[in-house]
Write a protein that binds this ligand. Structure first.
Ligand SMILES: Cc1cc2nc3c(=O)[nH]c(=O)nc-3n(C[C@H](O)[C@H](O)[C@H](O)COP(=O)(O)OP(=O)(O)OC[C@H]3O[C@@H](n4cnc5c(N)ncnc54)[C@H](O)[C@@H]3O)c2cc1C
Ligand code: FES
Ligand code: FES
Length: 464
């Protein structure tokens, strides 16, 4: 079976014949389509010069717009989607769009290299009718870098378009059944098909949002030989909750999962705002963050603290595995070659329980953690009765701080701080020396003590 990739580009249907599904959207736009408004700065998702907008419809027929990085998105991922580039942006009656007008009137461009990317991020923001506050504007722009204008006029332009009435995104028909592009890009539409493909093609990599794997095609110029794309499998994208727990499909994007996660664990609001950028969170998934098993991934430490459990499935059946037992060593996991992570579930916070998390990185936005940590505690009459702490960046894999937890329960925070080296012997690298990591981990525990001792002070500390 061979299928052609079909999607909508700037309101016009496109069908690709004989184009590799592993080509990046950016390469195709610029080199094959001649649309050079979308720029290549870094080719690894960091600078935002390549930002385009996905216009997505949901099952209820309501559309939404999401900025993505064209440099790491593969053409196969776009099948059935609707893409808008800067060339496809216009206001009523063919006039320039309000965002472009605001950028020009605020003198928000100099050499212009970054401008189309900013315009597209601003378009996704403005068309969504979001709030005009600075925090939201900064969040919308965190994935775009400008090297010459400076951000003040760009933010000013954003304040002009913020709060405009939202523009309804067109909802277009998507592909109903499974597809195979170029003999190597498998796009199943059901769990049964996904599992069959996983068994039949053990060499194929699972592909979710491609915010890790897409770099093979862009930065390394060595795209994967074969992939199974899980983003259209409903059993993997479902988000459900009941009184006891919340369950997030491994293929649900951060953008889709964030409202549920933040409602259940409010401390994740500030934390997730620092995971990549909006462009990354529009396609990236928590399943991919766990699947890639990086020792400095942001989600595993907080999920370890939250007592997450994974549902792993294969054509042999399914099993539930505590996340703690999933990581076995440096980028080594308990996932069998024929298995897929279907979802992860976390118990809700019970009365008396609190949850906090921290990310320490060299740069505030768009940076991988040097250290990350999550803490779930049950407190009664000012005494910690139960605790789970997960750390990333402190060992070859994300890990619970078992000695710290035991010391905290038995003897209090001073003993917990002293126990950090018993749990972790971190490595030195360019992000931080082993001594630095140990010191920061201890400092984060001090911060946790402050947060628990005085909730008012906790807010003050949070704002640092
Ligand atoms: C610019 C930039 C900034 C970033 N910032 C951060 C950050 O701040 N914090 C952070 O933690 N990460 C960051 N990342 C890394 C990346 O965005 C995350 O790891 C993301 O969660 C990966 O999800 P994905 O869906 O894109 O995974 P993919 O790239 O599609 O896949 C990643 C890996 O997971 C495997 N996989 C995917 N889904 C499954 C599944 N269901 N079952 C089993 N295996 C699976 C794949 O085979 C692959 O090995 C950043 C990346 C970029 C490019
Ligand atoms: S070229 Fe820099 S984010 Fe894509
Ligand atoms: S205007 Fe030159 S990089 Fe932004």
């Amino acid at each position: 079976m061979a299928d052609n990739i079909r999607f909508t580009l700037n309101d016009r249907p496109v069908e690709l014949v004989g184009v590799s599904p592993m080509t990046t959207l950016l390469d195709w736009l610029r080199e094959q389509r001649g649309l050079k408004g979308t720029k290549e700065g870094c080719a690894e998702g960091d600078c935002g010069a390549c930002t385009v907008v996905l216009e997505r419809g949901n099952a209820k027929g309501v559309g939404r717009r999401e900025a993505i990085n064209a440099c790491i998105a593969l053409l196969g991922q776009l099948d059935g989607q609707s893409v808008r580039t800067v060339e496809g942006l216009q206001g009523p009656d063919g006039a320039v769009h309000a965002v472009q007008k605001a950028m020009a009137e605020s003198d928000a461009t100099q050499c212009g290299f970054c401008t189309p990317g900013f315009v597209m991020s601003a378009y996704a923001f403005a068309a969504g009718g979001e709030k005009a506050d600075l925090e939201t504007i900064h969040d919308a722009l965190a994935g775009n870098l400008c090297r010459c204008t400076g951000y003040r006029p760009i933010v000013e332009a954003m304040t002009k378009v913020a709060g405009l009435p939202s523009e309804p995104a067109p909802v277009r028909p998507t592909r109903a059944g499974s597809a195979v592009f170029g003999g190597s890009f498998f796009a199943p539409r059901s769990l049964a098909e996904l599992l069959k493909l996983r068994t039949a093609h053990p060499e194929a990599l699972l592909l979710a949002g491609a915010t890790d794997l897409g770099l093979l095609a862009s930065r390394s110029r060595k795209p994967p030989a074969a992939v199974i794309h899980i983003a259209h499998v409903p059993e993997l994208t479902a988000i459900t909750e009941d009184k006891e727990q919340i369950t997030i499909g491994a293929g649900a994007t951060y953008a889709a999962a964030m409202p549920t996660l933040i409602a259940a664990y409010p401390a994740l609001k500030a934390y997730l705002a620092r995971l990549g950028s909006r462009q990354i969170r529009s396609l990236g998934t928590i399943g991919g963050n766990i699947g890639t098993a990086s020792p400095i991934g942001d989600m595993p430490p907080v999920l370890l603290a939250l007592e997450a459990s994974l549902r792993l499935v294969s054509s042999r059946g399914g099993r539930d595995l505590p996340l703690e037992e999933f990581f076995l060593g440096y980028r080594k996991t308990a996932l069998a070659p024929d298995e897929v992570i279907q979802s992860l579930s976390m118990p809700r916070l019970w009365p008396g329980e609190v949850f906090f998390c921290d990310k320490v990185s060299k740069r505030r936005d768009q940076d991988i953690s040097t250290l990350a940590a999550g803490y779930r505690l049950r407190i009664k009459n000012g005494k910690v009765e139960d605790v789970r702490i997960g750390f990333g960046g402190m060992a070859a894999m994300p890990k619970r701080a078992r000695h710290v937890e035991a010391a905290l329960l038995k003897e209090g925070f001073a003993a917990a701080l002293a126990a950090v080296p018993k749990d972790f012997q971190p490595i030195d690298d360019w992000r931080g020396s082993a001594a630095y990591r140990l010191q920061v981990a201890a400092n984060l525990l001090r911060r946790l003590e402050l947060r628990i001792a005085d909730p008012a002070r906790a807010v003050e500390v949070e704002a640092l």
